[in-house]
Design a protein around this ligand. Structure first.
Ligand SMILES: Nc1ncnc2c1ncn2[C@@H]1O[C@H](COP(=O)(O)OP(=O)(O)OP(=O)(O)O)[C@@H](O)[C@H]1O
Length: 210
């Protein structure tokens, strides 16, 4: 397959102080596939995601990234990665327009997209000049999702993607998945089935507790 991006975990483990959160994770994530990382609250889903996206180092084991079987280094991976997560902050002082412009200084837009199309996708025309600090929690979540989905990256990582979203927001999230997640490598940390039921692989953190 052309442009196959692969993330290979080789006996990955992570601990905080003396507590192992998970150990012995041997797994491959491949572009074009969608993965649900599952487990109860506090089981280590976010920790695994942060290890996979390079924001935490593994305490043991090795993680490799490759494109068409050629190794990629972590700087190249960052340019290919979008993340929406509860612990990812938006810049509260910025207006919506400024936040979009700031984000897309670092990541390219999906082909055909621009600031206005993202505002339209969010249905937030009236809030374009409103500071993000005045957004509701659901509006902030929608913004994080739109920024991640509409960046032209091969890897899309979502942690609890529908937190703070109402039913309409959940439907909107599912439409983003349909429109913008195909052919990418999608990893979703969740314990709510509606967020991940379409994923074709499941990784259960509880399988890696030792
Ligand atoms: N920086 C840290 N220092 C110490 N312990 C931590 C740290 N980050 C996470 N932990 C612990 O690691 C465990 C796993 O946490 P994590 O947030 O990965 O779980 P989770 O499955 O994503 O949970 P949730 O479903 O509630 O979001 C928890 O026991 C947590 O307290």
């Amino acid at each position: 397959m052309n442009n196959e991006l692969k993330i290979s975990l080789d006996k990955i483990g992570r601990r905080f102080n003396r507590e192992w959160i998970f150990r012995g994770v041997d797994y491959h994530f491949v572009s074009g596939e969608s993965y649900a990382v599952l487990g109860p609250n506090g089981s280590g889903k976010s920790t695994l995601l942060q290890v996979v996206n390079g924001s935490l180092t593994p305490s043991e084991g090795k993680i490799d990234f490759s494109l068409n079987n050629q190794p990629l280094d972590i700087e190249q991976v960052y340019g290919q990665l979008s993340l929406a997560a509860p612990y990812l902050e938006v810049i509260e002082e910025f207006t919506l327009s400024e936040m979009i412009d700031f984000h897309f200084k670092f990541k390219p837009f999906l082909p055909g997209f621009d600031r206005q199309l993202i505002i339209d996708l969010l249905a937030m025309e009236k809030s374009r000049n409103k500071a993000v600090k005045y957004f509701s929690s659901g509006m902030k979540q929608r913004l994080k999702l739109a920024l991640a989905f509409c960046s032209d990256t091969r890897i899309l990582m979502l942690d609890e993607p529908t937190s703070n979203l109402d039913n309409q927001g959940i439907t909107w999230y599912l439409s983003l998945v349909q429109k913008f997640a195909t052919n990418r490598l999608l990893i979703i940390c969740s314990n709510q089935e509606h967020e991940y039921s379409f994923c074709n692989h499941q990784l259960h953190i509880t399988d890696y507790k030792k």
